[in-house]
Design a protein around this ligand. Structure first.
Ligand SMILES: [Zn+2]
Length: 104
């Protein structure tokens, strides 16, 4: 992230678009943000997926640079995508994972 917005503001934007991992729904996401770099990274501590983020006034693009261990997202590798895309995907992940409980 190159000093366009504060690190705090960037963290807020990133956590908004990545509330949890879009592949495995894990909340164990680590963000790797450094002001001296031009890109930042998000890594899922559960499935190992890794994203590169270009943040200026806002998140300009998100690029998947490593798939999950079970190859989720391999057709999205190295593609510049809208942050909104991953936000939607994260929500979809939670919604589709929620299986009805028998004892309810
Ligand atoms: Zn994950």
């Amino acid at each position: 992230m190159l000093g366009k917005i504060s690190e705090r503001e960037a963290t807020i934007q990133v956590s908004k678009h990545f509330p949890w991992c879009p592949f495995c729904c894990s909340e164990h996401l680590e963000s790797d943000m450094k002001s001296e770099r031009s890109c930042d990274y998000i890594i899922c501590g559960n499935c190992g997926a890794k994203w590169e983020l270009k943040i200026q006034e806002r998140i300009k693009y998100v690029k998947l640079i490593s798939t999950s261990i079970d190859w989720k997202g391999k057709d999205l590798l190295e593609k510049e995508t809208e942050p909104k895309f991953w936000q939607n995907k994260a929500w979809l992940c939670i919604l589709t994972r929620r299986t009805p409980k028998k004892d309810l």
